[in-house]
Design a protein around this ligand. Structure first.
Ligand code: NAD
Ligand code: DAU
Length: 339
């Protein structure tokens, strides 16, 4: 089996490359990544010399490059992780989100149409459903929840999902879509809540909590996400959407306080800052469908996963210290300097 993994130098794509290469010794992994600020070849250090691994530095929105890659490789499966993924950046500059997340998905689908494919899998997000109110803990996102987006990021991901559905219905491209809740774990870029708070706490810097910190996210350890996608591409039903997540809801403040406690740091480091525009209140996934159809449930609780994650950041300081020493400083100043 030949699998194209787009966005494989990023957080979840990188974890997925490791997961698949270790599990399926006879699969060929073709990693496609344009290496934006979020892509990091160090994440692929341990697999880059594996004979079953190859890498193309190309932009998924570049039709010619993508079609050439398909012509060379004739993949069986495409799993599309490549995206601009950070909500805050989408509020600053929406344009690149449309190009990569919408146009890029369109180019990949056109290539799948032309060259044929056993499966195209779109890695989507629970953010396409919008948010849930804090005072209705009985409500969860199901696959039937209407799309109702809040940020340019989530709007671009929802647009891509609609395109994927259209290529299934109109052109019979064999697609699946997964919509996952917030991931955390190794190789998570330190612009996102958990790795940013770990890095800041370790450097005794302020921990910037947006608004009141009451917003709720449903945290999933990244390996559980990889296992779910593995099941969907091998056993999922073509044309279907699968929600992935599982009852690990925490307020942002709870997450930040847990990190401080685990690291033995003072809560005085917390600084409440101006809220994110359009900030979604609560995400919570109902994973009944993927549980019933594919037998998937998360295996790592938040309490275990956050300990493992903190340990990884302590053991792999070079990985994130390299990132935060460069252009990231300008990003940090721009986003947090006068917040
Ligand atoms: P990430 O930002 O860490 O990585 C994205 C990767 O895509 C990077 O390696 C980047 O270089 C690459 N990329 C960006 N634009 C590209 C382009 N035009 N062509 C080729 N490569 C390009 O993102 P992530 O957090 O790993 O998210 C991966 C996917 O999972 C995204 O589609 C995201 O919407 C989705 N998702 C993320 C989460 C989460 O909590 N992080 C949850 C649910 C879904
Ligand atoms: O739900 C899935 C989504 O989860 C993915 O589709 C996105 O790609 C991924 O980035 C993530 O989006 P969020 O916006 O939920 O993640 P983020 O880590 O940016 O923020 C998590 C929460 O923490 C959110 O309520 C905003 C808050 N936050 C974030 C940062 C970076 C802070 O309070 N302070 C911060 O500095």
């Amino acid at each position: 089996m030949k699998i194209v993994v787009t966005g494989g130098a990023g957080f979840i794509g990188g974890n997925f490359v490791h997961y698949i290469i270790n599990k399926y010794k006879d699969y060929k992994i073709i990693c496609v990544d344009s290496l934006t600020y979020a892509g990091n070849m160090e994440t692929l250090d341990s697999v880059k010399d594996n004979p079953n691994f190859s890498f193309y530095k190309i932009d998924i929105a570049d039709r010619e490059e993508v079609f050439n890659m398909f012509e060379n490789e004739k993949p069986d499966i495409v799993v599309n992780f490549a995206a601009e993924s950070h909500v805050d950046r989408s509020i600053e500059d929406p344009g690149i989100f449309l190009k990569t997340n919408v146009m890029g998905t369109g180019v990949l689908l056109d290539a799948c149409r032309k060259y044929g494919i056993k499966r195209y899998h779109q890695v989507s997000t629970d953010e396409v459903y919008g948010d849930l109110p804090l005072d209705r803990p009985d409500l969860f996102f199901t696959e039937e929840t209407p799309l109702h987006t809040s940020s340019p990021y989530s709007a671009s991901k929802a647009s891509a999902d609609l395109l994927v559905g259209a290529y299934y219905r109109t052109f019979k491209v064999p697609v699946t879509i997964s919509r996952c809740s917030n991931n955390y774990g190794p190789y998570h870029f330190p612009e996102k809540l958990i790795p940013l708070m770990i890095a800041n706490a370790l450097n005794d810097k302020e921990l910037p909590v947006y608004g009141t910190g009451e917003n709720v996210r449903d945290w999933l350890y990244v390996e559980d996400h990889c296992r779910a996608i593995d099941l969907i591409i091998h056993k999922g039903t073509v044309g279907e959407v699968y929600n992935i997540g599982g009852h690990n809801e925490r307020t942002n403040l709870e997450v930040v306080k847990t990190i401080l406690r685990e690291l033995g740091k003072s809560e005085d480091l917390i600084k409440y800052v101006t809220d994110r525009a359009g900030h979604d209140m609560r995400y919570a996934i109902d994973p009944t469908k993927i549980n019933n159809e594919l037998g998937w449930l998360p295996t790592t609780t938040f309490d275990e996963g956050i300990k493992k994650t903190i340990k990884w950041y302590l053991d792999n300081r070079h990985w994130w210290e390299n990132i935060i020493s460069g252009e990231y400083q300008n990003y940090y100043e721009k986003m947090y300097g006068s917040r």
